[in-house]
Design a binder for this molecule. Structure first.
Ligand SMILES: Cc1cc2nc3c(=O)[nH]c(=O)nc-3n(C[C@H](O)[C@H](O)[C@H](O)COP(=O)(O)OP(=O)(O)OC[C@H]3O[C@@H](n4cnc5c(N)ncnc54)[C@H](O)[C@@H]3O)c2cc1C
Length: 613
């Protein structure tokens, strides 16, 4: 569409692009969604990829704060932004492993400075990616035998195929990053060694210790910790659960644990190192798991303190888990693990009346009602914490009362040149925040070592001569993610299948295109009321500026737009449209209808780019 460049109020636009604002890495969600709607798949991929070296991964398992903020959700259901990111990566990657966007990234001249990153999770690897592109020599030290952090160690195969993780990690390593696996800080190397050999260090060690529950019987054989369980299963080690399993917890980790347990056998022969040897060798796993469903542990219960509505786990995951056979028991708290011959015999639970007290603090209240759930094993998935044993006697790095590393705004710890990011610095978060932290850490390390300051450069605004929303955008319902039939959900088989082309296009066209907005030039308005009459959503009200002069909530807006206060604007000559932004569906009928051209449709299209000076 033709456009001319203008400079409207950026903050106004920002406020009105809630998906972008909610995304910790400010992905141009709306723009890639819309590009898919008009069959520009490559453009969609590039927009989604720009701020995100883990775009394939996050297209599958992002916690998508953008969707919670999406304005379409106020009308019917939010745009399936995450599923569309996956769609863009699926289309881009029809030939797996081919990623021209990454290969074309220019390598910066080498700076002769060395950075050590501890932890090859999403935070550490994003930081490695950025620093390699800035010309640093980066070495990553990872205690696990494989890189990826919780992507590999925590998140099950059936939500995130391993070849996707491998592809993302390989593209980062291809930038010249050196990876040392089975290298544990505190055991194989020390912090003081790293500090003496490297110019800066990033600690991105995540939260890999499960929280414990001090109830009688917690020491019995058959009691597992959720994170340990997942790490073992995902690394291909044998875990014997027996036939009846109870998982304690109401969050996403608990659901991942329960769904993984549902796929396990009593004696899973496939759990013998398959995960380390690549995708092909996982085929026997599939077959063994198939057998498992016929012969193995079948009853998995999830016991959650919270009521169904209060459970922190994603609703879709709980529903899918139930389809797979999980029994969810809400409103029960663990009281005792009962035992026979040192092994687990059951879990005694008591009725939970409320989880939080009047001040919103976690403080469960119980009634006297109790029951025992017979089981062979209990898996506790009630939260994670950082293992900071690598600090040893290191006094220079302070730890917060929450057991995380203390950091400043630039992510530097209390030790100069040692930075921290991701879950070890902020507590349990989500992947896209770990990506954001990785970027931030890289920026801070570069600023620290180069003495330069960084600033973000914004791009352009557009004014459209004509603006049309796609046909039927308001009546199309949210597309449903196709999933594997439950009788095929065994072993590593991925459950979500991704949108097909028709679904992708239809979903992309549902976007309300919040980056486009109605901009009103009051000096041209003749107060005809045409825009107000034609608005299908009744979201416009036309007033003379005199009517809003006394209202200070408009002061900043007028100052931003015109550079003067409302009182300084010419009396009786200026009118204003008061618009309910929540309701506007960007149909552009007001702009079409306006006889004087006082209303234009304008768009903010911005790419944040770091410039170091
Ligand atoms: C089971 C589970 C499921 C999840 N599902 C989702 C989801 O669907 N969507 C979402 O957005 N978020 C999800 N999360 C949260 C997300 O995984 C984390 O927020 C994210 O992984 C944090 O990234 P990180 O890089 O800080 O740490 P991690 O991913 O934990 O990586 C830390 C790395 O450091 C390594 N390490 C630790 N100690 C040492 C040491 N001493 N020496 C060397 N290396 C060390 C670890 O082995 C690990 O590889 C999930 C978390 C879990 C546990």
């Amino acid at each position: 569409m033709p456009y001319r460049v203008t400079v409207p109020d950026r903050e106004y636009f920002d406020r009105n692009i809630p998906c972008r604002t909610a995304c910790p890495i400010h992905t141009e969600c709306g723009r890639y969604v819309q590009a898919i709607g008009i069959s520009r798949d490559e453009e969609a991929y590039l927009l989604a990829r720009a701020p995100n070296p883990f775009v394939y991964v996050l297209g599958r398992i992002c916690a998508h704060p953008c969707e919670d903020a999406c304005r379409r959700g106020k009308i019917d259901e939010p745009i399936a932004i995450c599923a569309l990111k996956r769609y863009a990566t699926d289309r881009h990657n029809l030939g797996m492993g081919h990623d021209p966007a990454r290969k074309s990234l220019p390598a910066a001249p080498k700076r002769g400075k060395r950075i050590a990153i501890v932890g090859a999770g999403v935070c550490g690897l994003t930081c490695a990616h950025d620093l390699a592109l800035l010309g640093y020599s980066v070495e990553v030290f990872e205690s696990a035998p494989v890189p990826g952090g919780m992507l590999y160690l925590g998140i099950p195969h059936f939500r995130l195929p391993r070849e996707i993780i491998k592809m993302e990690v390989d593209s980062i390593l291809a930038l010249g990053v050196t990876l040392h696996t089975r290298a544990t800080l505190g055991r194989d190397l020390t912090l003081s060694e790293l500090r003496s050999k490297f110019d800066a260090v990033l600690l991105a060690t995540g939260l890999n210790k499960g929280r414990e529950l001090s109830i009688p019987g917690a020491h019995l054989d058959g009691v597992f910790n959720g994170i340990d369980f997942l790490i073992n299963v995902n690394l291909g080690y044998e875990v014997k659960l027996g036939r009846n399993v109870v998982v304690v917890g109401g969050g996403n980790v608990a659901v991942d644990v329960a769904r993984s347990a549902l796929r396990l056998v009593q004696e899973p022969a496939w759990n013998s190192g398959a995960a380390e040897s690549g995708a092909e060798s996982l085929q026997p796993a599939l077959d063994a798991a198939r057998m498992a469903l016929r012969t193995g542990a079948e009853q998995v219960r999830l016991v959650s303190l919270e009521s169904r509505g209060q459970m922190p786990a994603w609703k879709t995951e709980v529903v899918e888990a139930e389809h797979e056979g999980l029994i969810v028991e809400n409103g029960w708290g663990p009281r005792e693990i009962t035992g026979e011959n040192r092994g687990v015999a059951g879990l005694r639970v008591r009725r939970c009346l409320s989880v939080f007290d009047e001040d919103g603090r976690f403080n469960p209240a119980y009634s006297n009602e109790e029951k025992v759930i017979p089981c062979d094993s209990v898996i506790l998935a009630i939260g994670q914490q950082a293992d900071l044993s690598f600090l040893g006697g290191e006094k220079s790095i302070e730890v917060t009362s929450r057991g995380t590393l203390k950091i400043g705004a630039d992510l530097m710890t209390t030790a100069p040149g040692v930075f921290a990011g991701g879950d070890v610095a902020f507590g349990p978060r989500i992947l896209v925040e770990a990506v954001a932290n990785g970027h931030r850490a890289a920026r801070s390390i570069h600023v620290y070592l180069s003495g330069k300051t960084s600033k973000t450069v914004l791009s352009r605004f557009r004014v459209f001569d004509h603006w049309r929303m796609p046909r039927g955008y308001l009546t199309t319902p949210r597309q449903t993610m196709p999933v594997l039939p439950t009788n095929r959900r065994i072993g590593i088989a991925e459950v979500e299948l991704g949108f097909d082309e028709a679904q992708g296009r239809a979903e992309g066209r549902r976007c309300l295109q919040c980056q486009v907005n109605t901009i009103f030039d009051g000096s041209k308005c003749i107060l005809c009321n045409g825009c107000v009459d034609i608005c299908p959503e009744h979201c416009l009200r036309l007033v003379d500026l005199a009517q809003i002069r006394g209202d200070s909530s408009y002061d900043a807006l007028i100052m931003n737009r015109f550079g003067v206060t409302a009182r300084e604007l010419p009396q009786g000559k200026v009118s204003a449209i008061i618009k309910d932004e929540e309701k506007c569906v960007r149909c552009a009928l007001c702009a079409e209808r306006c006889p004087t051209g006082a209303i234009t449709m304008e768009a903010l299209e911005q790419q944040e780019r770091e410039v170091f000076e």
